[in-house]
Design a protein around this ligand. Structure first.
Ligand SMILES: *Cc1c(COP(=O)(O)O)cnc(C)c1O
Length: 404
């Protein structure tokens, strides 16, 4: 067999459109919560592929589902249904508020579908001009034009104007501000139960309850973007279950495929029929390969043992991080739910989150940022305690560099 082409990190700069600035090493292999790079250096994975690798790397449940389906049927197109997608839809609807599912390939696509559905429901209502969307500052909903416009970080949208209009942004967790912009012309409110990219900021329960009441009052769809918080990340199957506030539409992706690209928009029998034949679509969405993997991952995670395990690991992480922080005094606050954890840097270390993750990489730890001032961890939901211990020991060495 021919040798594979030899490649290095510097080739990224040669051949790749420079929208990313990846670390200076290339991971080549993973197992559980450890990965190895081209030099066979080992890393503990506290990043989890940005809240994606919910079962870590190369978990047998996911590998078996993938390989079994890979020798059967990959893709038929949406002129035909398939068994794995119907099984996955049954699981998602039986275990959530939803009655119906639309499948796609990413979080942005799931939100795109949600926002388009809301516009269509608004149109069908017959209320003139019912197309307004209310969203929140610092929100992140994906990178399509509609979803960057709904997102509340102008740096991601302003270069692509003219943007879709009719979207208002107000402060997150500020119910009075939301009240001031939600009215009869509002077709949807889109909100993350915990802002992930925006800094790991949990919603207040009264805020979400208030949005639910306002949506009911004005006939607007309440959309929960659970792309990051879904599929066990917070210790509940979906974060809305922790809050006891039920949306009309929920979007899910990231952990849903455990590393295989898949997304979904969940909704109810009341709203699903507005997406009639031909109004929306996708080539790959709901393909047998993605659906088979997602079905196996979902079933594995949706058990009391795994979900309780996430809550247990949350506390274990927090105890370890608090102990570290008592020594180094770098974090003002450690927040989040389950295994979506954000460590907010003290003012004197403002802007240093990226440096910390770079130093963590040198010490053999993968970690994330959530804005310039928050170090974020979204590891595998089943990360072993000894890997947490080892990762914390490596983080400690990275923090020692900061403190110097
Ligand atoms: C990651 C993310 C998205 C975008 O998902 P993609 O799969 O990158 O398109 C949308 N919303 C939230 C809350 C996310 O965290």
């Amino acid at each position: 067999m021919e040798q594979p082409i030899s490649v290095t990190r510097s080739n990224f700069n040669d051949w790749m459109v420079p929208v990313f600035a990846p670390a200076n090493f290339i991971p080549v292999r993973g197992e559980g919560s450890r990965i190895w790079d081209q030099e066979n250096k080992e890393y503990i994975d506290f990043a989890g592929g940005i809240a994606v690798n919910a079962l870590g790397h190369a978990h047998p449940v996911a590998v078996n589902a993938l390989t079994e389906q890979a020798i059967k049927l990959w893709h038929v197109g949406n002129g035909y249904s398939n068994e794995p997608v119907l099984r996955l839809a049954k699981k998602l609807t039986e275990n959530t508020f939803a009655d119906k599912v639309f499948f796609c390939n990413s979080g942005a696509e799931a939100n795109e579908a949600a926002l388009k559905l809301a516009r269509k429901v608004g149109l069908d209502s017959g209320v003139a001009g019912k197309s307004g969307i209310v969203a929140f500052n610092n929100a992140f909903h994906g990178r399509t034009l509609f979803t960057v416009s709904a997102g509340g970080q102008p740096k991601y949208s302003q270069d692509f104007a003219p943007l879709p209009n009719g979207i208002s942004h107000v402060a997150y967790n500020d119910l009075e501000a939301a009240k001031a912009v939600i009215n009869e012309q509002t077709c949807a409110v889109i909100v993350e139960p915990i802002q992930g990219e925006g800094g790991v900021i949990p919603a207040d329960i009264e805020f979400l309850k208030g949005l639910r009441a306002l949506c009911d009052e004005f006939g607007a769809l309440l959309i929960f973007d659970e792309v990051q918080t879904g599929v066990g990340r917070t210790g509940a199957l979906y974060a809305y279950m922790n809050y006891g506030v039920t949306p009309d539409v929920l979007t899910t992706a990231k952990a849903l495929g455990g590393g295989f690209p898949v997304g979904a928009m969940l909704t109810t029998d009341k709203f699903a029929p507005h997406f009639s034949v031909g109004t929306h679509g996708t080539t790959y969405g709901g393909n047998p390969l993605a659906s088979a993997v997602a079905g196996a991952v979902f079933e594995f995670i949706n058990t009391p043992e795994v979900l309780e395990g996430v809550k247990h690991r949350h506390q274990y992480f927090l105890d370890a991080l608090n102990t570290l922080n008592a020594e180094y005094q770098v974090f003002d606050e450690i927040r989040g739910q389950g295994l979506l954890i954000g460590c907010v840097l003290k003012a004197e270390y403002a802007g240093k989150a990226k440096d910390i993750t770079t130093w963590a990489g040198e010490e053999g730890l993968l970690a994330l940022i959530a804005g310039p001032n928050v170090v974020r961890f979204t590891p595998s939901l089943i990360i072993p305690e000894q890997d947490i211990d080892e990762g914390i020991a490596r983080l400690k060495r990275a923090l020692a560099k900061l403190a110097k």
